[in-house]
Design a binder for this molecule. Structure first.
Ligand SMILES: [Zn+2]
Length: 504
């Protein structure tokens, strides 16, 4: 990722479009039908908006299911989601749009991230909530996302993207929108990539400033925004250590990739918010600890669990393992295992759309859509299977691709793609075969036994640190996780009456 240490200039009153963009837009006759060139109530900015508040709500509603799909759906825990919605409600009431209807969702994902969509949709993952040490830190994140909504950052970016990319036709479609605009599909694609790309640095700084403003007004200690940022950095460091990567590397789906921020910027935003009012010193740690007690930690068995080199899926009832040196990653529609050193990977997924026909017909016509070498049938733990291979030129050079299709039911085909650089294909042939034969269905009893890990909050009591560490069920780096989840970075001392989080 690119490190972000560029200071944002002090002038926060600015146009969303640069003067040049604006004159282009004006020449195009835009000024006459743009949905509004309004002054934003939160930022005082004059915004050239091609999208009305109604358009924003519609786009939010279209995008909402996509976010749910990408991040494991909503986390079903009425107590926790009610608690988060209450925090969000207090912050929103303190914003410049107290009457806007916001929708707050806890996403069932171990990834650490938060995001917002136009129209008042705000999301935090349970992975992020596990890191926050108190309610004020969670409020900082939620306030930041509300800030993006209030400042209409997504709409501003889309408007700009429309001006530069789609030209007048796209604009006309948007400008005349009364129902769902005809260009929504294209627009939605833009949006989907925008929310993962993140906002501009200026927008991030602005969202921090607004988040801190709302936190302060709602009675939270605004410094929690900065302490939470330290937590995020510590988390990135631990993740990198676990993956054996340099400490400053960040997953592309992680909040540090979409929200690159520095402590200095947060502090600057806090200063901009003015002196802390005497009542605004609340962290609400106790309430927060009890709200997240019992929350699922790490993978959810119903979307698949990774334990070392083994992948198990409770709902679809199967399991397989990958060769040594391959790192498993669970994505919404596939499971990927990579070995960067050998430039090789495994992609596993399921096809339920096509049924019937022979498996060899399926593998060539429906899947590979090309001639394959050495197509042959075999069985994997008594399930019919077929395999074949071909050579393909990719961005990473020439690759040997082996396909395996395993039919579990008439309309359920499990698939492995084994992709290897030609110089290691021979060497990986046996490990790849072992992976193929490791695939098996689970009995319902075996499937039930795959249970998620959970956060448990308990009194520190008289237990020694060693005792507590022994109870941590994480796969590795128990001490690192223990310190991270308990915010030990900032505070090494704990009293017997203080609560502590464990993963059990
Ligand atoms: Zn942001």
């Amino acid at each position: 990722m690119t490190k972000c240490d560029i200071w944002y200039r002090s002038d926060t009153r600015r146009l969303w479009l640069t003067r040049r963009d604006f004159s282009v837009a004006a020449t195009a006759g835009l000024g006459s039908f743009c949905a509004g060139c309004a002054v934003n109530p939160a930022t005082g900015d004059q915004q050239v908006m091609l999208m009305s508040a109604d358009d924003e709500r519609r786009i939010g509603a279209v995008e909402h299911p996509k976010i749910l799909k990408e991040f494991g759906g909503a986390y079903e825990d009425p107590k926790l989601s009610g608690y988060i919605a209450a925090i969000g409600g207090r912050l929103a009431a303190a914003s410049e749009l107290p009457d806007t209807r916001f929708t707050f969702t806890v996403l069932n994902s171990p990834i650490v991230n938060a995001m917002a969509l136009p129209g008042g949709y705000v999301y935090v993952t349970r992975g992020l909530l596990a890191l926050a040490q108190n309610e004020a830190e969670a409020a900082g994140v939620i306030g930041h996302e509300i800030g993006h909504v209030v400042a209409r950052h997504t709409a501003a970016r889309i408007s700009r993207a429309q001006v530069t990319q789609f030209g007048l036709i796209g604009l006309a479609v948007l400008g005349s929108a009364t129902g769902l605009p005809a260009g929504t599909g294209r627009l939605a694609n833009t949006l989907a990539s925008l929310h993962l790309q993140g906002f501009s640095r200026e927008q991030e700084f602005e969202a921090d400033t607004l988040g801190i403003r709302y936190m302060s007004r709602a009675g939270y200690d605004p410094e929690a925004m900065a302490t939470f940022l330290s937590q995020l950095r510590a988390h990135s460091g631990l993740r990198a250590k676990i993956a054996g990567h340099p400490a400053d590397s960040v997953d592309q789906f992680d909040i540090m990739a979409t929200h690159p921020r520095t402590i200095e910027r947060i502090q600057r935003a806090a200063e901009a918010a003015g002196p802390k009012p005497p009542h605004a010193r609340n962290l609400y740690r106790k309430a927060y600890q009890s709200a997240i007690d019992g929350m699922v930690f790490g993978d959810d068995p119903d979307v698949g669990v990774i334990r070392g080199r083994e992948f198990s899926h409770r709902a679809l009832r199967f399991r397989f393992s990958v060769p040594e040196g391959f790192r498993l990653i669970n994505r919404p529609t596939s499971v990927i295992a990579q070995n960067e050193r050998l430039r090789s990977s495994i992609v596993f997924d399921m096809d339920t759309r096509r049924s019937g026909g022979s498996l060899s017909g399926y593998i060539t016509r429906d899947w590979a859509k090309r001639r394959l070498n050495d197509v042959e049938g075999f069985t994997v733990n008594s399930l019919p299977a077929v395999t074949g291979w071909f050579v393909m030129d990719t961005k990473k050079g020439r690759m040997v691709v082996r396909l395996i299709a395993i039919r579990a039911k008439r309309s359920q085909i499990f698939r492995f793609l084994f992709i290897s650089a030609p110089n290691v294909t021979e060497r990986l042939s046996r490990p790849f075969r072992q992976t193929t034969y490791s695939f098996r269905r689970l009995t319902s009893r075996e499937a039930e036994m795959i249970t998620p890990l959970r956060l448990r909050v308990q009194k520190y009591g008289r237990r020694s640190r060693k005792d507590l560490l022994r109870r941590m069920q994480v796969e590795s780096h128990a001490e690192g996780w223990f310190e991270l989840l308990n915010g030990y970075i900032a505070d090494k001392r704990r009293s017997a009456g203080e609560t502590v989080r464990l993963v059990v």
